[in-house]
Design a protein around this ligand. Structure first.
Ligand SMILES: [Zn+2]
Length: 431
């Protein structure tokens, strides 16, 4: 006679026969669901020729391992010439990757990204300033690794997220003195003056600017001729999309001066990425005319089951056909959004916008320490044991109780840090 326990186990086994098959199929499905496909398009209409963009879809976290592929999309809107925008486009990715600890798994890698983005941006700025050229640039730099999107930005080239069935949200912050009270206060506290251009008779015109230099932005890369309180330290936001994916619209202020985030997202819904980018630029010109360089990159993160089948190259592909596949995808996501409504929510993994390096580079915990060894946390130069200066040393903003702890900076980067925080007149170097 079977005990109660045995009969319960037998019952369970009978019950599990079918669900097990379902479970395996579900697991296979979720494995497939792990990797969305990424499709992108870009469009531009130049006026001054100072907008540049970067698209790189074949980056690998582990060189040679295609499963570790990630994509990079960026926009650089230059001012006072194009040198800074070109320099940032050509160097910033390498500087970010150079600041990443080696041999990390995906999760740790994503976790380490925000810090490396800060280091990469500051290094790019520092190097460009050494060239003695007087231009500057915004930088909105987006890393897409499967469902995780990380956005680092200085300036006002916005990155907008449009989630199917969800709201439109900004993944970047506009560093414009006119619109950003927090940044105005920071600049003034660091020794800058904020005001408008004044013409004869003392009449003030135009947007708020920062003096010396007269820049409307509070953060940028380059700009050797403005105060050091115009910092290259990016606002960084990292989100994880749900399995319905989403669309990123990254564009220069040529677009955002004409369209709100919502308007831009709505103007191109239903179109595949390449047509969507063109549509956003078209809508901008229709609304305001060509007032400024206008550049737009659209990135679609698409669930794998809905990945568009291999189509002929874009030139041969008819608009109608592309629309058809996109509609199919929309139908699916509409259906699944009803079923999976709780999953629609975008998970926020990280957000930090402080301009203080002590807060951004974090405490020298054991993993960061062993990975970077005795390197400068910004420029990665080797430091002798007695050479590094803790990023926390002498900082009233320090969250670290041990100012002798890392991460460490070389003398040059420490000078840069002090100048950015208004502790040293800009341009003056202590030898
Ligand atoms: Zn350094």
């Amino acid at each position: 006679m079977a005990t109660r326990e045995e009969s319960r186990r037998q019952n369970n086994q009978q019950h599990e026969l079918i669900p097990l098959a379902a479970l395996i199929s579900r697991e296979l499905k979720s494995e497939k669901m792990e990797k969305p496909s990424v499709s992108y398009g870009y469009a531009e209409k130049a006026k001054k020729g100072e907008d540049y963009y970067l698209v790189k879809t074949d980056c690998q976290r582990v060189p040679g391992n295609s499963a570790s592929t990630f994509s990079v999309f960026a926009i650089f809107d230059g001012h006072h010439g194009n040198a800074a925008a070109i320099y940032a486009r050509d160097n910033i990715l390498n500087h970010v990757l150079a600041a990443m600890p080696r041999e990390l798994g995906r999760d740790e890698w994503l976790h380490a990204l925000p810090r490396a983005l800060v280091a990469g941006f500051v290094k790019t700025d520092k190097e460009f300033q050494l060239k003695g050229k007087t231009s500057g640039t915004t930088a909105t730099f987006v890393i897409v690794d499967r469902w995780t999107v990380t956005v680092a930005c200085v300036g006002d080239s916005r990155c907008v997220l449009d989630v199917q069935g969800g709201a439109v949200s900004d993944l970047s912050v506009d560093h414009r003195l006119e619109d950003n009270e927090e940044e105005r206060q920071r600049v003034i506290a660091s020794g800058g003056e904020v005001g408008r251009l004044s013409i004869v008779g003392g009449v003030e015109i135009g947007p708020l600017r920062c003096w010396p230099g007269g820049l409307c932005l509070s953060r940028s890369i380059g700009d050797v001729d403005v105060g050091e309180f115009i910092v290259p330290i990016p606002h960084v936001k990292q989100v994880k999309l749900s399995s319905v994916g989403g669309r990123l619209i990254i564009a220069s202020d040529g677009v955002w001066d004409a369209l709100s985030s919502e308007m831009a997202a709505k103007s191109c819904r239903g179109l595949p990425a390449d047509l969507a980018a063109r549509q956003v630029v078209k809508e901008t010109l229709r609304t305001k005319g060509l007032k400024d360089d206008t550049t737009c990159v659209v990135v679609d993160i698409i669930p794998p089951e809905n990945a568009l089948p291999l189509l002929p190259p874009p030139k041969k592909q008819s608009k109608l056909k592309a629309l058809y596949f996109w509609k199919k995808l929309l139908n699916y996501t509409n259906k699944s959004s009803k079923k999976l409504s709780p999953l629609i929510i975008v998970e926020e993994l990280f957000e930090e916008g402080s301009a203080m390096l002590a807060e951004r580079l974090g405490n020298g915990d054991s993993s960061a320490q062993s990975a970077s060894g005795f390197n400068c946390a910004i420029c990665q130069v080797d430091l002798a044991a007695n050479e590094g200066i803790s990023v926390h040393a002498g900082s009233i903003f320090s969250t670290c109780s041990k100012p002798w702890q890392g991460p460490f900076l070389c003398g040059d980067c420490r000078n840069k840090k002090d100048a950015m925080e208004g502790k040293r007149p800009s341009g003056l170097k202590i030898m």
